[in-house]
Design a binder for this molecule. Structure first.
Ligand SMILES: [Zn+2]
Length: 326
């Protein structure tokens, strides 16, 4: 291969797709030479395209932290995306210490008390979904802690402090979305905290500032497993709820910053969407949301080899899938 394996673009270090393929032991095939390619491995697939952050990985929409760049007939991804997005998604467990046994799960019902959230109902629905998911996860053998189990106000730091004091193995913050007077926009989003040096997905729009952070946040030590967890939840939300896939994104959410464990924030749907809000208002749909959440977490435990009970591991393994760490 004549193309360099690493290069700098705009002062940032990039790695060639060929190098990514060889390091992660994947097959590289061009769909359109120098523009679009796929990386494939056993049960994994990433489609990369030049000049975009919006890519498809394992059938799900994923936003990279930096755009893919083309040069000399080769595509390049930023080193941060290679290490903290593509590696966990395409080779979970590669290059990181083994995942400790997963015992305690902290669920964080967004908002509460004087903080209603995006609409008067967000804080009520987030608590309801968290309680339902707690029941399911306890039945699967996990210890579950809710950051709040009543309509009370907690600030963002208090929420991650509860997770750290509980020695949480993972943390999921539960939210619902809203967008002005838009009655049509719907779908789910799954967020992880932005890796150091990368900006929030939504900070790329024209006019918005550069919101990268100078120092890594405590939760950045868990970027790898946070991304694996995000994928498990993302998959269940998209496939089980048939929700529109708005993507796995990154953002500097204050509620995730201080965590000493992997953490994800889920946006379970739009309360401003006429159709989605109608569904979310029913206990049946909130139960389905809780089931998707609980199954995503159980799949994550199976993927990481950290399931703490036989029943959790056995019932979490979906038929015909091979998404264990390899
Ligand atoms: Zn919210």
């Amino acid at each position: 291969m004549s193309a360099a394996t690493t290069r700098k673009f705009g002062g940032r270090e990039y790695v060639s797709a060929g190098e990514v393929a060889s390091r992660l032991r994947l097959q590289l095939s061009w769909i359109s030479r120098g523009r679009r390619l796929v990386l494939t491995g056993p049960a994994v697939k990433a489609e990369l395209e030049n000049d975009t952050r919006d890519v498809t990985i394992n059938g799900l929409r994923v936003f990279l932290g930096d755009p893919v760049v083309d040069a000399g007939g080769e595509l390049y991804v930023s080193r941060v995306d290679f290490e903290r997005c593509l590696t966990p998604l395409l080779r979970p467990g590669h290059g990181v210490p083994p995942h400790p046994p997963l015992k305690t799960i902290v669920l964080d019902p967004g908002h509460g008390g004087r903080d209603h959230g995006t609409s008067a109902l967000e804080k009520t629905y987030t608590l309801d979904v968290a309680r339902r998911a707690r029941k399911l996860l306890e039945a699967a053998g996990f210890k579950v802690v809710l950051t709040r189990d009543a309509d009370v106000y907690l600030d963002l730091q208090e929420r991650s402090a509860i997770a750290n004091a509980s020695r949480a193995g993972l943390f999921v913050s539960i939210h619902f979305n809203a967008i002005g007077n838009d009655r049509k926009t719907s779908g789910v989003e799954v967020f992880t905290f932005a890796p150091q040096f990368q900006r929030s997905t939504n900070a790329w729009s024209p006019g918005s500032g550069n919101d990268t952070e100078k120092d890594p946040a405590p939760v950045n030590r868990h970027d790898h497993w946070s991304v694996v967890l995000a994928q498990s939840l993302h998959r269940r939300f998209v496939y089980d709820l048939k929700a529109f896939d708005r993507g796995r994104k990154i953002a500097h959410w204050g509620v995730l910053r201080g965590l000493n464990c992997p953490g994800v924030l889920v946006e379970c749907g739009f309360l401003t969407s006429t159709e989605e809000a109608r569904k979310i208002a029913t206990p049946q749909y909130r139960e389905r949301l809780a089931v998707a959440l609980a199954n995503g977490i159980r799949e994550y435990a199976a993927t990481t080899g950290s399931a703490n009970t036989k029943s959790a591991a056995a019932s979490a393994r979906p038929a015909g899938s091979a998404r264990r760490a390899h």
